[in-house]
Design a protein. Structure first.
Length: 478
């Protein structure tokens, strides 16, 4: 493990514990600033040491931290030196200016990890954001908006904080639900953002409802700074902004439970308010419920679409030879049966050809299996191209053997078509083929067997040729 990171993490843990144990006062405020301010330098050192592909998000985080620390310093100056708490003040300007900078940092990280569209993660993060937005409305926004003692300016500034928090929550959840590497730096960055938001919302709720939790929200603020520095200094931060591979987001049981819990927030809020006899936020619950229902429907539609696409892909895989892309043996057998029925109904000829690459084992042993696979792919592509528009269906029968089937084409038509393919086989290789026409009564197994016999005859006669099977004699029983 990187010794610089270990040293920083150890020092940060000691400093955080010391800060938590100190009583409120000027010394504690000074220690807070001594903890927070160096984090800016730590982030810059982390960028220089780890050299991420996209450093812009980290520079924005450093800029956002500068603004937050400036707000802390101004706030402490007002409280400890001037012994007053003006609101709004220059500290609020710095705090509120930090939000869009941090939001831009998270947005760049999300886009860097997922350059394309990621509809599933966007819907999931929207569900969590709306649920938290409803709680924020009930606990902070509505009480603040209804506070008649606030001036218009005070009310506007007070409302800006929870709204910015909801914005950051949405981006943080978007980062957590999207694809990309889950490194140690990733989890520390997520923890830092969660600590910052928990501290901010906790402070706002305590201010509104008179709860004495300010001391512990300060501890959470301090931890958010220190953990952010640890995330930037950890070597895994260089992987944080790298694009994720093109894979679908996995819908896990844990995600399902989380989405279910988020979707239950709206009825849960209404139930608690009814039970406590408080003011009902009916319209907020209605609007959020409609939005959540619509998002859940979109999510389920996306899952159904993906299941259908996967089912189609699996069906195609079951029908197709993976190496050559031609129909496989199972598909060839089913297609031959279908063509026999069609030939019988329409009174048209049915012809089967068995094709085999000459001396394929020797080629494989001489040039290797990869070259053999390449030959099979190349031969399949060349033959399929040569038979295009002829009505002859080509499939891979197994190994180096292929099958061609045609309805409405005579034995001579198919024989001439295969003769035309002889010069198209790649790598200077040749093939032998046997062709047989259905007599209208024999089984398909017998028809394929006659084509195979003709193929073996072509091999015996020197290979690199097409041999037609003789039409079987019809025995008449007296």
């Amino acid at each position: 493990m990187d010794r610089w990171w270990v040293a920083y993490a150890s020092a940060a843990a000691v400093a955080a514990l010391t800060y938590a144990l100190l009583p409120a006062g000027a010394a504690r405020d000074v220690l807070f600033l001594c903890l927070a301010a160096p984090v800016v330098a730590v982030i810059l050192v982390g960028v220089r040491r780890n050299r991420p592909v996209r450093p812009a998000p980290w520079y924005l985080m450093a800029a956002g931290t500068v603004l937050l620390v400036a707000g802390d310093a101004i706030f402490s100056y007002h409280v400890r030196v001037l012994e007053q708490e003006p609101f709004p003040s220059a500290a609020d300007v710095a705090y509120l200016a930090a939000y869009p900078v941090l939001a831009a940092a998270f947005m760049l990280l999300v886009r860097g990890r997922q350059p394309g569209r990621d509809r599933e993660s966007l819907i999931d993060s929207s569900i969590f954001t709306i649920s938290l937005g409803l709680l924020t409305w009930v606990l902070v926004v509505r009480p603040t908006a209804a506070d008649s003692e606030l001036t218009a300016l005070e009310r506007g500034v007070a409302l800006a904080y929870p709204l910015m928090d909801v914005l950051l929550v949405g981006l943080l959840v978007r980062l957590l639900t999207g694809p990309g590497a889950r490194t140690a730096s990733f989890w520390m960055l997520a923890a830092s953002g969660a600590l910052l938001l928990a501290a901010d919302l906790g402070f706002q709720v305590s201010e509104l409802h008179g709860a004495e939790v300010f001391r512990w929200t300060e501890v959470l603020f301090a931890l958010s700074y220190l953990v952010l520095g640890a995330a930037a200094l950890h070597p895994s931060m260089r992987l944080l902004s790298e694009p994720a591979p093109e894979t679908a987001v996995v819908f896990t049981r844990r995600r399902l439970l989380a989405l279910t819990a988020a979707s239950m927030v709206a009825p849960g809020v209404l139930g608690v308010q009814l039970a406590l006899g408080g003011t009902l936020d009916a319209w907020a619950v209605v609007v959020s419920s409609v939005a959540l229902f619509g998002l859940v429907v979109l999510r389920m539609n996306g899952l159904l679409t993906r299941v259908q696409e996967q089912a189609g892909a699996l069906a195609a895989m079951a029908r197709t030879d993976a190496l050559t892309g031609l129909p496989n043996r199972r598909t060839a057998d089913a297609e031959l049966e279908r063509m026999r029925e069609r030939a019988q109904e329409e009174g048209r000829p049915l012809v089967v050809a068995m094709i085999d690459l000459d001396r394929f084992k020797s080629f494989n042993d001489t040039f290797g299996h990869q070259a053999g696979d390449k030959l099979l792919r190349g031969a399949a592509a060349a033959w399929r191209s040569g038979l295009k528009g002829s009505g002859i269906v080509l499939s891979r029968y197994g190994g180096e053997e292929f099958q061609a089937v045609a309805v409405g084409r005579t034995l001579g038509d198919v024989e001439r078509a295969l003769q035309g393919l002889r010069g198209t086989t790649p790598a200077g290789q040749t093939f032998s083929a046997g062709v047989a026409a259905w007599d209208g009564t024999e089984s398909l197994a017998a028809l394929v067997r006659r084509a195979d016999v003709a193929l073996y005859a072509a091999k015996r006669e020197g290979r690199d040729r097409v041999v037609a099977a003789a039409t079987p004699r019809v025995r008449v029983v007296a």
